[in-house]
Write a protein that binds this ligand. Structure first.
Ligand code: FAD
Ligand code: NAG
Ligand code: NAG
Ligand code: NAG
Ligand code: NAG
Ligand code: NAG
Ligand code: NAG
Ligand code: NAG
Ligand code: NAG
Length: 590
């Protein structure tokens, strides 16, 4: 396949960039002509001197991207780069399921399926370490000028650009073959104000949160205020807050009373695709402000976010298990799950959030979160559940405890997850109406997801949550159906990571067309969540954004006309594909 140069005219509305000639590879695949980003096997790949100049611009913060497992291997790819280090290898092995260690690494991705499961820690140093779908260079940014330098360099050289915060994303959006990565993990500043006086109509407390701040870290800082405050964040301690989480919407334990994370954002400080520092809020750049609140991670790179804080609330929690310790009778188990899940509307109407995990024969609900509740109150709200389980003779084990604050419940009752697992993800938001009209069908579809075919098993993570309870309407990019939500469940088709490409495609097919189909049929009024969804979701524009999509597409074209930022199934990516077995990002030539 010959390399042909092509011209891409930049028609930027927001900047004064004139037409720039870019060179990239043109490939034909199945009769489609693709114009690709520049990769190291192309003549348009930057020369060493250009990388050195970039390194100088970012004060030496540019590094060759080295996969986390590399110290256990003699060689990185076929390069002359020597990476083996016995002590460092032991350290990698000891920390392979340590979320904080992985998020602190320059490029590690917590879901190795999306790195092509390459360069894993091993006791055999002769085993090859290929880059797989990891990037090529990484800027460990410590200033917004470093972010700008990376954005400008990627734009000017037509490179695949990846913004990497924690590497948590299980849709593979923070890693990419042959890319330049900008790591935002060091942006850890948080400042609080008791009385916000910026644009918007909010005069309560607020916090300015750096792009690299992680969930529990932020909650801890909120709790350390006097008096302590809360902010809407996710349940996982190490997921980032101001990166993918807010940009996709962000649900969490306080969402039923205070709305989605993005509902509470007052202002964004970002670097745009054209390399400009821009503030987006109710007054400045309101279109970008609207899109950044739930439109997906492709509108700009966040430097910091200002969001509302709220006073702390007394909170009660309950844990409940039904599993093989209590019953091996699948009919009994299934009935227990049906009873539990059919009460979803009841829980959220009482302001609750419920986190649960479901797999074959195991239901682990930890916890039911009852903000503004004491022990008596949460037991009263959960009485219909216990009454129905008792009446049906379902064995269960439950435990309830009240805390003076949400933060104390969060630390005590929420559990850490295990990283470095492989699965293909999907899921669905079920609405009040779905539960009311077809609750049994929804429960059946979720139970089905635990073993969708004879040889595939599933694992689901459920969130009973209703952002519309606390914030009935919101002027932002979040799918309107979230306002009618009652239960949002992530489904996983479990993999080992050693499957062939063909089997991987087949597992994706099971997620989309077997599990996904069952979910869509059970919840016809529902929608899907861009941060925790299926990369092959049919009709994804409608499914992830509904009526908000057309405006998002317009805003994307305005702020990133050439497609510098990319994540599959996000606004304006219709013409883009990652081709050649998960490697090159290319645009269909028109
Ligand atoms: C264990 C676990 C628990 C989770 N719990 C919740 C939850 O309770 N609620 C919820 O809503 N979601 C939850 N999620 C999903 C989570 O919101 C997404 O995985 C999110 O993308 C993670 O964002 P990150 O910045 O930490 O991750 P990364 O993987 O680093 O980045 C994710 C995406 O955001 C982009 N991005 C990162 N930083 C920036 C930035 N500064 N500017 C622009 N783009 C950026 C990346 O390019 C990428 O596309 C959970 C995920 C995991 C793995
Ligand atoms: C960038 O510069 C620093 C400091 O001089 C150096 O340690 C590092 O290796 C350089 N990065 C690359 C990719 O050459
Ligand atoms: C390394 O591998 C690539 C692709 O397989 C090849 O093009 C290149 O020539 C190799 N480099 C060396 C030094 O062997
Ligand atoms: C991804 O993994 C498969 C299976 O090991 C391998 O054949 C393929 O070459 C890998 N791709 C890259 C880019 O490393
Ligand atoms: C602020 O409140 C005023 C008066 O209620 C209203 O007109 C305006 O639209 C509000 N602005 C925002 C950004 O919500
Ligand atoms: C369920 O089966 C497992 C494995 O055989 C056994 O250990 C457990 O005791 C059984 N549970 C009950 C409630 O009988
Ligand atoms: C099963 O339930 C018992 C009783 O609550 C609990 O101790 C155990 O940890 C549970 N096991 C799993 C795998 O959840
Ligand atoms: C799945 O297993 C069942 C029971 O063993 C069998 O009857 C059925 O034919 C299998 N289905 C497929 C598609 O293999
Ligand atoms: C929410 O559900 C009600 C009916 O239950 C429906 O009338 C309304 O249109 C729904 N709203 C959204 C945004 O889907």
């Amino acid at each position: 396949m010959g390399r042909v140069s092509w011209i891409l005219s930049l028609l930027s509305v927001t900047s004064c960039v004139s037409a720039v000639a870019w060179i990239g590879e043109v490939k034909e695949v199945d009769g489609v002509t693709y114009q690709c980003k520049c990769y190291s096997d192309n003549a348009c790949w930057p020369k060493n001197a250009e990388w050195d100049a970039l390194n100088t611009t970012v004060g030496g913060a540019l590094q060759v991207a080295v996969p986390p497992g590399a110290p256990c291997h003699k060689q990185l790819g076929n390069s002359s780069i020597s990476v083996y280090n016995e002590a460092a290898c032991s350290n990698v092995q000891a920390n392979w399921v340590n979320e904080q260690w992985l998020t602190d690494h320059p490029i590690a991705n917590l879901w190795p399926l999306y790195t092509n499961n390459t360069c894993l820690p091993t006791d055999n140093p002769s085993a090859p370490c290929t880059r797989g779908f990891y990037g090529t260079y990484v800027i460990l940014a410590t200033t917004k000028a470093h972010i700008k330098a990376g954005i400008d360099f990627a734009r000017e050289h037509n490179l695949r650009l990846i913004i990497r915060n924690t590497g948590h994303d299980f849709m593979g959006r923070s890693t990419g073959y042959g890319s330049l990565i900008i790591n935002t993990h060091t942006f850890k500043d948080v400042t609080f104000t008791k009385k916000y006086d910026g644009p918007g109509n909010w005069t309560g407390g607020a916090a300015v949160v750096g792009a690299g701040v992680q969930g529990r870290e932020l909650f801890r800082k909120c709790f350390a205020q006097s008096p302590p405050v809360v902010i809407v964040g996710g349940e996982c301690p190490t997921v980032g807050w101001a990166g993918g989480y807010i940009l996709g919407g962000g649900h969490g334990p306080l969402t039923t009373i205070y709305g989605m994370g993005a509902d509470n954002v007052l202002s964004f400080d970002v670097v745009t695709a054209s390399g400009e520092y821009v503030t987006a809020n109710a007054k400045e750049n309101p279109d970008l402000f609207w899109a950044l609140k739930g439109g997906g991670p492709v509108f700009a790179t966040v430097v910091s976010i200002t969001a509302k804080t709220f006073p702390e609330v007394p909170t009660a929690g309950t844990r409940l298990n039904i599993n093989s310790t209590l019953t091996n009778d699948s009919a009994v188990f299934n009935e227990g799950f049906r009873i539990f899940h059919n009460l979803a509307n009841h829980y959220v109407e009482n302001g609750m959030f419920v986190y649960f995990e479901l797999s074959l024969g195991t239901l682990h609900i930890q916890p039911f979160v009852g903000p503004r509740m004491d022990e008596a109150k949460i037991k009263e709200v959960l009485k219909p559940l216990f009454d129905q389980l008792n009446a049906a003779n379902i064995p269960y084990d439950a435990y309830t405890r009240a805390f003076p604050t949400f933060f104390e419940l969060y630390i005590d009752m929420f559990e850490d997850e295990q990283p470095n697992q492989n699965s293909v993800v999907g899921g669905r938001i079920f609405t009040h109406q779905d539960i009311e009209e077809n609750g049994d069908g929804v429960a059946k579809a979720l139970l089905f997801a635990s073993q969708p075919t004879n040889d595939t098993f599933g694992f689901s993570v459920g969130h009973i949550v209703d952002p519309g309870h606390g914030v009935p309407v919101a002027d932002n990019a979040i799918h309107p159906t979230w306002r009618n939500a009652s239960s949002f469940v992530i489904t996983n088709v479990i993999m080992t990571g050693t499957e062939s490409w063909e089997v991987k495609m087949e597992r994706e097919n099971v997620q989309t067309n077997v599990v996904g189909k069952a979910l869509r049929e059970a919840g016809p009024n529902g929608a899907t969540y861009v941060n925790e969804g299926d990369l092959n979701e049919p009709n994804w524009q409608e499914s992830y954004w509904g009526s908000k999509y057309p405006r998002l597409l317009e805003i994307r074209k305005k702020w990133d006309p050439t497609g510098l930022f990319y994540a599959k199934t996000t606004p304006g990516t219709e013409d883009w594909d990652v081709i050649d077995y998960g490697t090159k990002l290319c645009k269909k030539a028109s």
